[in-house]
Design a protein around this ligand. Structure first.
Ligand SMILES: [Ca+2]
Ligand SMILES: [Ca+2]
Ligand SMILES: [Ca+2]
Length: 404
């Protein structure tokens, strides 16, 4: 892990504050005031979102895994001490020294935003003036200039970022080349971020052969980055919701949920003619309360009337839930004709989904689909303390496109 240091120019640091940002990262602060890390952000150059106008020169990512390339290039790769082990270089590099021909619009672009444009959508917590630093690797006199832009604009303050010092190593610069001073001075490259929110930082060609590892944008003029600057801990996105049921249903046109799409006699009816289902809310299922012995070994029925827009041919999948104290039986009927009969497998895992498929079922408007379930105990589990209250469990009937 590479330690990086923000060094403050000027006052001798009175103390060193170690700030944990997910890697070894030390900040030297003045008088107990750490640099404003809230208003600094790091971009890995190789993490660009897009590249365009790249038909003549193109930013190419280099890392240990890179294949050898065959473009004109005057030096070897430099990924070994690049941040994240990766960087980008603008190739081909046909002007590596001033003896080689300068071709405007080919290997050089005085104008920003004309060639090899990279985009980095970036979130800014605060608007304001950000100094832009580039960590670049230059081995010659014609591979050390680049343009920085913002949201498709190329303000004067972002043009001609230049590196002079620190050849043959990764070096930070925020200096703008000027007629009077080809090397420029620090903090003369900046962008004005107009508002909090996402803005697109951009990079375009000035000189081919430019090698870029990181960009640092900071509102703090006293920051001088050294070495690899670790990114702030990535703001982790909130986890997206994952499926909690119907795990193996990966192709469906309609899920008919047992408790909410079907109609069924409920336990409140006390209808002795019909075995009732109850809504097992925690399991999103219908189940039979088989504690009542009269509710065992007989089918309970739930039904659904097919709607016009559901007419068609399907594979039906009955999704049941396993039980450890019985192997419930099921039937699926269309207009009282049995099209599928199943029995839960014996299992040691309670409430595990089981899937039973019925191929090539044609449904017409107003057809009645019935799902019947029967509580079957296997006698292997003692009744007292068992789970007989929830048997004949099923969760859904799924309508899927038949496999062609
Ligand atoms: Ca090169
Ligand atoms: Ca060049
Ligand atoms: Ca990098």
């Amino acid at each position: 892990m590479t330690a990086a240091t923000y060094m403050h120019r000027g006052l001798l640091p009175l103390f060193v504050l170690a700030l944990s940002l997910g890697s070894n990262f030390t900040v030297q602060g003045d008088e107990g005031v750490p640099p404003n890390t809230e208003n600094s952000l790091v971009i890995e150059a190789e993490n660009f979102a897009s590249q365009h106008l790249d038909s003549k020169r193109r930013w190419i990512v280099f890392s240990k895994e890179s294949q050898p390339h065959h473009y004109p290039d005057a030096d070897q790769p430099h990924y070994h001490n690049a941040s994240a082990g990766k960087y980008i270089e603008l190739l081909p590099d046909t002007r590596t020294n001033h003896h080689e021909l300068l071709e405007q619009g080919e290997n050089f672009s005085q104008q920003p935003g004309k060639l090899a444009i990279l985009s980095y959508p970036t979130y800014f917590a605060s608007p304001g003036k950000y100094y832009v630093w580039a960590r670049a690797y230059s081995t010659g006199s014609e591979d050390n200039g680049v343009h920085i832009g913002l949201n498709g604009q190329w303000p004067a303050s972002g043009q001609r970022l230049q590196l002079c010092q620190g050849k043959h190593q990764w070096t930070w610069s925020s200096a703008q080349r000027s007629k009077e001073n080809h090397c420029g001075v620090a903090n003369t490259i900046s962008l004005d971020i107009p508002s909090a929110g996402v803005h697109t930082i951009q990079v375009s060609m000035r000189e081919d052969g430019f090698e870029l590892d990181q960009l640092l944008l900071t509102m703090n003029k006293d920051v001088q980055p050294q070495g690899i600057v670790p990114g702030k801990p990535k703001v982790s996105s909130a986890p997206l919701e994952k499926k909690v049921m119907l795990h193996q249903i990966d192709n469906y046109q309609r899920i008919l949920a047992a408790p909410t799409d079907f109609t069924y006699p409920t336990s409140n009816n006390h209808d002795v003619e019909q075995i009732p289902f109850y809504h097992h809310k925690k399991e999103h299922a219908l189940a039979i309360n088989a504690v009542q012995q009269t509710f065992r070994n007989q089918f309970a029925y739930a039904e659904y009337q097919v709607q016009a827009k559901e007419a068609g041919q399907y594979t039906l999948t009955l999704v049941t839930l396993s039980e450890i104290d019985g192997e419930s039986k099921y039937q699926v009927m269309i207009n009282d004709k049995i099209v599928g009969q199943f029995q839960n497998p014996e299992t040691a895992i309670d409430y595990q989904e089981a899937y039973f498929h019925i191929d090539k079922v044609t449904l017409l408007k107003d057809d009645i689909i019935k799902v019947a379930a029967m509580a079957v105990t296997n006698g292997k589990i003692p009744e007292n303390g068992g789970t007989a209250f929830a048997r004949g469990r099923w969760r859904a009937l799924v309508l899927s496109r038949p496999e062609s």
